[in-house]
Design a protein around this ligand. Structure first.
Ligand SMILES: [Zn+2]
Length: 393
């Protein structure tokens, strides 16, 4: 339901966001349920005007209450139909509970701290996250005509911009230079079922792409990996093992199970890294696979709508890979009673990693040797360097 967040962004652009019963009726039922059940929309003052639905002129009239016995009824005048009754239901209105939304965003990022209101009514720190060993504040900014002075100045004074990720109700391509990254709300979060999810992988990649940190880089840019090490930069075509290596570099000294690497490639990242042997996919991991699948499916629908063929192809490939991996990891394919084969995952991840280290060595010798010396493989994988290394991944 990506459109929910677009809708909320639009609503928040007005000073007093009002949703009428008629507006609400135009939303798909599941969207409506989410907004009401999560109490993002809360009841507001009833409408004083409604659009006539008795003729075809769509004229808007002021509602007149009339007493009918002990009850109050509502009606509007229509030039064609005379007095038209308006059910009280149609007068109901809702507004966006911004603080509730902010609290949900904060919970979705996994923050243990309550949100911190930085600019009254307009900017909140929803969480602090770590990317490549650096911590960043995730700040939700509500942009509208009355956001004065420009929030960038005020926010910049309170917060080091280079450590701030701005999530805003509007796309701000040029207004946020100096900040670590800037994403519109519908890119940084998504709704799956009634869960609000933080798009960590996407935010990470935007932070990396938008910040100009010099040093070691192991990062996918479009179809190529940028490999910067020891003052030399090379580019290498994407392949499976590259993603595994990037994941290892992102968390030096950590033992990462082969199965977690496999899951990370599908974009599920830190949630799956449970247990040390990674022998089975737990329920949470399986659920994450499912969520990721639905996300991809929604993105795919969007891409198809936008006629973005390149993206369609990419998403379809990713969906296929995800399905394959899930099937392999849970033993769904072939004999369903056959146990998940940890050894098979270990072998496939090992092979992919060593194959790609070879490829890297051909192109970028210093980096290849460094990775050969520092990456250990087995049921778990680990990147451990004697020198302290910071990687932008
Ligand atoms: Zn009318």
């Amino acid at each position: 339901m990506p459109q929910i967040l677009k809708l909320l962004s639009q609503l928040l652009e007005s000073r007093r966001p009002i949703v009428t019963a008629d507006d609400l009726a135009t939303l798909p039922e599941d969207n409506r349920d989410v907004l009401l059940n999560q109490q993002i929309l809360v009841p507001s003052r009833p409408a004083t005007h409604v659009t006539c639905d008795a003729c075809h002129d769509d004229h808007v009239e002021e509602v007149t209450p009339i007493k009918v016995g002990k009850r109050v009824a509502f009606r509007i005048p229509c030039p064609e139909a005379g007095w038209v009754g308006v059910p009280e239901e149609r007068l109901r209105q809702w507004t966006v509970d911004v603080r509730r939304l902010v609290a949900l965003l904060s919970a979705a990022v996994g923050s243990s701290q309550p949100p911190d209101e930085l600019i009254r009514g307009f900017a909140w720190r929803v969480a602090t996250i770590e990317i490549a060993g650096e911590s960043y504040d995730v700040v939700f900014v509500r942009i509208n005509g009355t956001t004065q002075p420009p929030f960038q100045d005020e926010l910049g004074r309170k917060h080091p911009p280079a450590r701030t990720i701005v999530i805003s109700t509007r796309d701000l391509p040029d207004d946020t230079t100096g900040f670590a990254a800037s994403l519109p709300l519908p890119s940084a979060f998504t709704f799956t079922g009634d869960h609000l999810l933080f798009q960590l992988a996407r935010v990470r990649s935007v932070v990396s792409a938008q910040s100009n940190v010099a040093g070691n880089v192991f990062q996918l840019r479009g179809d190529f990996w940028q490999l910067s090490f020891d003052g030399t930069t090379k580019f290498l075509k994407d392949s499976v093992g590259m993603g595994y290596i990037a994941r290892l570099l992102a968390e030096p000294d950590r033992e990462i199970p082969a199965v977690a690497l496999l899951a990370a490639r599908a974009g599920i990242d830190p949630l799956v890294a449970t247990g040390s042997s990674g022998e089975i996919l737990d329920d949470e991991a399986r659920e994450n696979y499912g969520r990721r699948y639905h996300e991809l499916k929604e993105d795919l629908e969007d891409a198809k709508e936008d006629l973005d063929l390149g993206r369609v192809e990419k998403l379809e490939t990713e969906m296929e890979q995800l399905t394959d991996e899930l099937a392999k990891a849970t033993g769904l394919r072939g004999n369903p009673r056959q146990k998940f084969d940890a050894d098979r995952v270990r072998k496939s991840v090992s092979m992919a990693v060593s194959r790609d280290i070879d490829k890297i060595t051909d192109k970028h010798e210093a980096l290849g040797h460094h990775l050969t010396a520092t990456i250990s493989s087995g049921l778990t994988f680990r990147y451990a360097s004697d020198r302290k290394m910071d990687w932008l991944t």
